[in-house]
Design a protein around this ligand. Structure first.
Ligand code: AMP
Length: 286
């Protein structure tokens, strides 16, 4: 295992310069886009890139355009030194850490609007979120021009939006989606978990517990989505301050609600605990 801090570049010009040699040598380039505050979930993507590619680029950029006006942009954790140390541990070749002005140069006026898969769930709760995500990801894909880009199932809808954007706009990249990495007790890892007080961190387990409950109900033959969602809500509401944004049982390709569980089904939820908005999901196959 290499423990060298990866080279850090801050401009698109430097990035392209670093990539030129790798590309000329025919090396397969992998990109892992992140907003930093890295944890094992991010590192699992880096390791997947490392295993399948010859040159791994990790971008760290807290993208302002995907945050709503009342969201946590200013308090989003920024931990660059710790991030670079973690990246060193998994052999990242290059870290791209641009400033806001480098990504959105003066006069930036072009945005990517993804259609129907960006509308429900996160799209409804966070208007404009996926427009910001799709735009920055397309920009990062154009800057790096990777062969493969890695995303986590933790943000299921985001991965779907990006797949859709890449297909619709003929972006020459393979999109890989990697499994959700969880803490030992099941809480999905997230940079936002560090906002939680110890007591709220404990209450946050209702997300995972409700997904597991849904899994058990389906395994026992439950097919009625309204009954399953009601049981999940009931369990989530045992956490005193939990505020549910949605508990959705949907088709994993279209994200449209299903009436009963017949084939592969996505259960996705967003819940605020102590003002921290957490998301999680699982795919079920009856
Ligand atoms: P973020 O820094 O939150 O924008 O996340 C960067 C990438 O890491 C996204 O593709 C996320 O889906 C992925 N990711 C975040 N948390 C996890 C996790 N717990 N397991 C797997 N992937 C994750």
């Amino acid at each position: 295992m290499s423990h060298t801090i990866p080279k850090v570049v801050a401009t698109v010009a430097q990035l392209r310069e670093e990539l030129r040699a790798a590309r000329r040598a025919g090396r397969k380039i992998g990109l892992v886009p992140t907003m930093g505050a890295l944890h094992e979930g991010h590192l699992s993507l880096v390791r997947a890139a490392k295993a399948a590619c010859d040159f791994t680029v990790v971008s760290i950029f807290v993208n302002p355009s995907q945050f709503g006006p009342n969201e946590d942009l200013t308090k989003y954790p920024r931990t660059l030194e710790a991030d670079l140390a973690l990246l060193a541990g998994c052999g990242t070749d290059l870290a791209f850490v641009p400033t806001g002005d480098e990504v959105y140069r003066a006069g930036h006026a072009t945005w990517v609007e993804v259609g129907s898969v960006a509308e429900p769930l996160e799209g409804t709760c966070r208007p404009g979120h996926f427009r910001g995500v799709a735009t920055v990801v397309l920009k990062l894909l154009n800057m790096v021009q990777p062969d493969v880009a890695y995303f986590g199932q933790k943000d299921y809808q985001q991965a779907l939006v990006i797949r859709c954007m890449a297909a619709d706009l003929d972006v020459p990249v393979t999109i890989r989606v990697c499994p959700i990495v969880r803490e030992a007790d099941g809480l999905a890892m997230s940079s936002r978990n560090r906002y939680l007080s110890p007591a709220a961190r404990q209450r946050a387990l209702v997300l995972w517990n409700s997904l597991q409950l849904a899994g058990r109900l389906v395994a026992e033959g439950g097919r009625d989505v309204h009954a399953i969602a009601a049981r999940m809500r009931e369990l989530i509401e045992t956490a005193e301050d939990a505020r549910i944004d949605y508990v959705a049982i949907v088709d994993p390709e279209t994200l449209r609600p299903v009436e009963s569980i017949v084939g592969r089904t996505l259960i996705a939820l967003a819940v605020k605990i102590e003002n921290t908005r957490l998301i999680d999901n699982c795919l079920l196959e009856p």
